[in-house]
Design a protein around this ligand. Structure first.
Ligand SMILES: [Zn+2]
Length: 325
């Protein structure tokens, strides 16, 4: 029987309920720490804002929140633990490495220049230890593996990370969730992960809404993996538009894929470094983790999507991803 590692300990997949599969409480682009003289981290304020967010989500029936922040992007599991304890929200944290362009690849790229080091093995060891024994000395165990690739190619560094993730998922049964860039490399990601031994039913290819091409989406789904429209609210037409995403989601449901789709926002409660939240809210007023419940689900229902299909997407599919069904 599969267990889900939350930041407060294991639960059964049946206990997940309505789940947001890709969000962030804190996130920082690698290098934010260089600016912390100017922009120090106010932990107390972040906890307070996070608790407000969790209270709002609970009013929509959300029970579980996957924090997709990888190790090199400001992951703070003791903060997630405090927010989970005080809010009652099940929070699942990640082990993982972000893509080469936006993460912090220098360390493992350096190690891969030394022939005696097997970097895929080293990264796998790190992922597995954070899943089975815990992250640092916190005792918190990771419940998902987060990896990513860049625009239009998978770099040598990213391929090592994908292979390590596949092997760690195979070893532990913990699912893999991914970042794709601008609607590219989704099928290729799935191929690398599956060929390295990951179970397609434990893979969620992310950021599908970076493309509005149903052929791209179905090419990914045909590989037997889950597909996530997990940047809803990042509405910047024409490249990334919620109206095209809604069209794609409705189209894929009509094609029979309701059992393979996930929805989330990739929202960030607090950016590390200098504040950008207010400016981003002005630019993208729907980029907050209530958007799906306030705007997207009503639009889907208006287009004929049933309550059962919404429940499948928001509750049943996350359960099955963690259960490996
Ligand atoms: Zn993200």
């Amino acid at each position: 029987m599969a267990k889900v590692n939350t930041v407060l300990g294991p639960i059964s997949p049946d206990q997940l309920g309505i789940t947001l599969m890709h969000e962030h409480i804190v996130y920082g682009y690698a290098g934010w720490y260089a600016d912390d003289t100017i922009a120090p981290f106010d932990r107390e304020a972040v906890v307070k804002t996070s608790l407000d967010t969790m209270e709002e989500l609970k009013t929509y029936g959300v029970k579980s929140f996957v924090d997709a922040t990888p190790n090199d992007s400001g992951r703070d599991v003791t903060l997630l633990k405090e927010v989970s304890e005080k809010s009652g929200m099940s929070i699942i944290c990640a082990t993982g490495l972000y893509n080469e362009a936006e993460g912090a690849p220098a360390y493992f790229k350096f190690r891969s220049t030394i022939p005696v080091f097997d970097v895929v093995n080293e990264i796998q060891e790190m992922f597995v230890k954070e899943i089975t024994q815990g992250i640092g000395t916190t005792g918190v165990k990771a419940g998902v593996i987060k990896v990513g690739t860049g625009h239009g190619c998978i770099s040598a560094y990213e391929e090592r990370v994908l292979k390590a993730a596949a092997r760690a998922s195979k070893e532990t049964g913990v699912p893999i969730i991914t970042h794709t860039e601008a609607g590219t490399m989704g099928p290729e990601q799935a191929d690398v992960l599956i060929s390295e031994g990951a179970d397609p039913k434990r893979i969620m290819i992310g950021h599908a809404g970076g493309s509005a091409d149903l052929k791209y989406h179905t090419a990914i789904l045909e590989r037997g993996v889950y597909l996530a429209f997990d940047r809803l609210g990042i509405d910047m037409p024409p490249a990334m538009s919620d109206s095209m995403r809604k069209g794609c989601i409705i189209g894929l449901i009509a094609l029979g894929y309701a059992n393979s789709i996930m929805l989330s926002h990739d929202s960030i409660v607090r950016w590390l470094g200098r504040p950008v939240e207010q400016l981003l809210t002005l630019m993208m007023p729907n980029w907050h983790p209530r958007h799906i419940f306030k705007n997207i689900i009503p639009a889907l229902k208006g287009a004929g999507v049933s309550n059962e299909q919404v429940k499948m997407i928001m509750e049943e599919n996350p359960r099955r991803l963690f259960a490996g069904e």
